[in-house]
Ligand binder design. Sequence first.
Ligand code: SF4
Ligand code: SF4
Length: 198
Amino acid sequence: SVGGKLELHSASQPRIDIENCKGCNICVKHCRHDAIHLDASHKAEIDYGKCVGCGQCVALCQYDGAVMGEGDTSERLNYKIAEYSKAVLLGKPNFHISFIMNVSPECDCWNHNDAAIIPDLGMAASFDPVALDKACADMVTKAPILETGNRLSDSPHHDHLEGCDKFNLMHPETNWQAGLEHAEKIGLGTQEYELITV
Ligand code: SF4
Ligand code: SF4
């Protein structure tokens, strides 16, 4: 749900980037907790005594004026993705399919992106979502870099990037493995897999 996705992304109360805030008032109108107001210079200001960290203002702000607070980490987001997945699957029959296509530098929820970094690798499927994610990540690691003008092919060292963790190269501050380790810990699946090519 939208509420679940917001909660998943909001591990902490947001902050206001004064430079970016245009004073459009959208966040003020939509905060259900009356926790955000415009100050005398028409910049948003959060009352942290009232803010519950729901992330609504971050989701609605079109100017990057309301942004996630410093307490958010990629590890924490990955833990929550694993936990939400477990909640969705609990007690239900499930099977998982991944399309390893158009592997681009940013998440597909962003409004901008760059060209794909590797050739399309096809589809992978498994009853185990953790094994599937691990297998897909390993395949991306092993794949060569596309030569067609993307963020990695423009790197002066791109000849040596085959076999490198490309996600970490593009986002050194993130730790995607944390999500798989947590998923394994809470019993969502295993990182062990056998790849069968058909
Ligand atoms: S933080 Fe964003 S939504 Fe809120 S007033 Fe500033 S620009 Fe508008
Ligand atoms: S995170 Fe939620 S409660 Fe806090 S200021 Fe933004 S909209 Fe209001």
